[in-house]
Design a binder for this molecule. Structure first.
Ligand code: NAI
Ligand code: MG
Length: 356
C-alpha cells in the first residue's frame, strides 16, 4: 500500500472550512479502497500565527515542508493584516522556494451549474489555463525610494528569462498535446510590452516546433477577455504570464459559475520539491464562519493532487462524485443552491462510497 505524506495548511478565513471538507472527501476515497493511504500533518500557519509571532510561518517553514509528497493549502488573507504581508509571508515563499513554476488551472462548466454566459452548456467551456508561476510581473523585483516624500518612486519590474519562458511553454505544449483537442492559445501583450513579451512570443514559436501535432495561436490579453466571453468553445489549453493568467483565471472561474469551483495546482514538474494544491479563491471574509463556503474548488484541487501523486483512478472517482452531486442540485448559494458546505461534502462522500 502506497502512503503519501500530505502537509495541510488551512490558514485563513474559509481556508480551514474548505480544507476540512477536502480532507473528509480524501478520507472517503481512502476508505473506498483506492490502494493508497494519506498521512496528513496539519500546520497552523497563517494570520493567527502572524498575530502571535509576527511572521506567517516559522523561518524554517519551507525546510519543514520539504519531506512531504504534496501540500494541501486553503487561503491566506485577513482584514487586519496587509495582503502583501500574508501573500509574501506564506504562499509565495512556498511557490518560489519550491520552484513550482507551472500553475495549472482547469475550468469546466460542471453539470447542474449555470454559466452567466447565456446559452453556454457543459462541454462548451472546458479549458486549462497554465500560468507562469515563478517570474514575470510577480518576481518580487523592484523597490521604493524617497518614501513618503512627494518625489517618492516605486518600481515593479517584470522579469522574463529564456529559461523561465521556455520551460513554461514546453509544459503548456505538452499539456495541450495530452488533451483530445491538442489546441493551445498563447496569451501575450507584445504590442505594448516590446521586450519581455516579444521574447515570450519568439520562444512560443521555437517550442512549437517540438510539438507538430499541437495547433496553436496567439492572442493579446485584452482581446482574450472578449474571446473567453463570446467564443468559449474556441479555447482549450491556454498559457499566459503570471499577471495575465492571474486575471484571466478569475474570469474563467466566474464564467464557469463561481470562484468557489475553481481549483489550481502549483507544480514543480521536475518533482524536486513537493507541489502545492489549493482552491483559487481567497479567504472570503464575507462568508467566513457561515458554513456556506463552496468546497468544490477544494475537491477539484484534491483530484489534481491525486493525479500528481500517481492515483489517476482516485482522481477520476472524486471528480465523478463531485459531478454527480452538482448534477443532482446539491450546491452552495454561490452557484445558486441552498446547501451548506457540510451537506455538499457529505453528499460527495456518499457518492464516493457508492461509486464503482
Ligand atoms: P475571495 O476569493 O476571498 O472572495 C471573492 C468573492 O468570492 C467573495 O464574495 C467570496 O464570498 C466569494 N467566494 C470565494 N470563494 C468562495 C467559495 N469557496 N464559496 C463561495 N463563495 C466564495 O477574494 P477577495 O475578497 O478579493 O480576497 C479576500 C482575501 O483573500 C484577501 O485578503 C486576499 O488577499 C486573499 N486572497 C488570497 C488568495 C490565496 O490565498 N490564494 C487568493 C485570492 C485572495
Ligand atoms: Mg488571483
Amino acid at each position: 500500500m502506497q502512503t503519501y505524506r500530505i502537509a495541510a495548511i488551512p490558514a485563513d478565513g474559509i481556508g480551514p472550512e474548505v480544507i476540512a471538507a477536502g480532507l473528509q472527501a480524501l478520507e472517503a476515497l481512502e476508505r473506498r479502497g483506492g490502494g493508497f493511504r494519506l498521512d496528513v500533518t496539519q500546520f497552523d500557519w497563517g494570520s493567527d500565527y502572524y498575530r502571535k509571532h509576527s511572521v506567517m510561518m516559522p523561518a524554517d517553514g519551507t525546510e519543514q515542508l520539504k519531506g512531504f509528497d504534496a501540500i494541501f493549502f486553503g487561503a491566506v488573507g485577513a482584514p487586519d493584516v496587509p495582503d502583501h504581508v500574508t501573500l509574501w509571508g506564506l504562499r509565495l515563499p512556498i511557490c518560489q522556494g519550491f520552484d513550482q513554476y507551472a500553475n495549472v488551472r482547469p475550468t469546466k462548466l460542471l453539470p447542474g451549474i449555470v454559466s452567466p454566459l447565456a446559452g453556454v452548456k457543459p462541454g462548451d467551456l472546458d479549458w486549462v489555463i497554465v500560468r507562469e508561476n515563478s517570474e514575470g510581473e510577480y518576481s518580487g523585483h523592484g523597490g521604493r525610494a524617497h518614501r513618503g516624500l512627494p518625489e517618492e518612486v516605486a518600481t515593479e519590474v517584470a522579469i522574463f528569462t529564456r529559461v523561465g519562458v521556455t520551460r513554461i511553454m514546453r509544459y503548456a505544449f505538452r499539456l495541450a498535446q495530452s488533451r483530445p483537442r491538442k489546441l493551445l492559445t498563447v496569451v501575450t501583450k507584445s504590442n505594448a510590452q516590446r521586450f519581455g513579451l516579444v521574447m515570450w512570443d519568439e520562444i512560443a514559436a521555437e517550442v512549437s516546433v517540438e510539438f507538430p501535432d499541437v495547433t496553436w495561436d496567439k492572442m493579446l490579453v485584452d482581446a482574450m477577455t472578449v474571446r473567453m466571453t463570446l467564443k468559449p468553445q474556441s479555447l482549450d489549453t491556454i498559457v499566459a504570464t503570471n499577471l495575465h493568467a492571474d486575471i484571466l483565471s478569475d474570469l474563467a472561474g466566474a464564467l464557469a459559475g463561481s470562484l468557489g469551483v475553481a481549483p489550481t495546482a502549483n507544480i514543480d514538474p521536475e518533482r524536486r520539491f513537493p507541489s502545492m494544491f489549493e482552491p483559487i479563491h481567497g479567504s472570503a471574509f464575507d462568508i467566513t464562519g457561515k458554513g456556506i463556503a463552496n468546497p468544490v474548488a477544494t475537491f477539484w484541487t484534491a483530484a489534481q493532487m491525486l493525479e500528481h501523486l500517481g492515483q489517476p483512478q482516485a482522481a477520476r472517482r472524486l471528480m465523478h462524485a463531485v459531478e454527480t452531486v452538482t448534477g443532482g442540485g446539491v450546491m452552495t448559494p454561490d452557484v445558486g443552491g441552498t446547501a451548506t458546505t457540510k451537506e455538499v461534502t457529505d453528499a460527495v462522500c456518499e457518492a464516493i462510497r457508492g461509486s464503482n
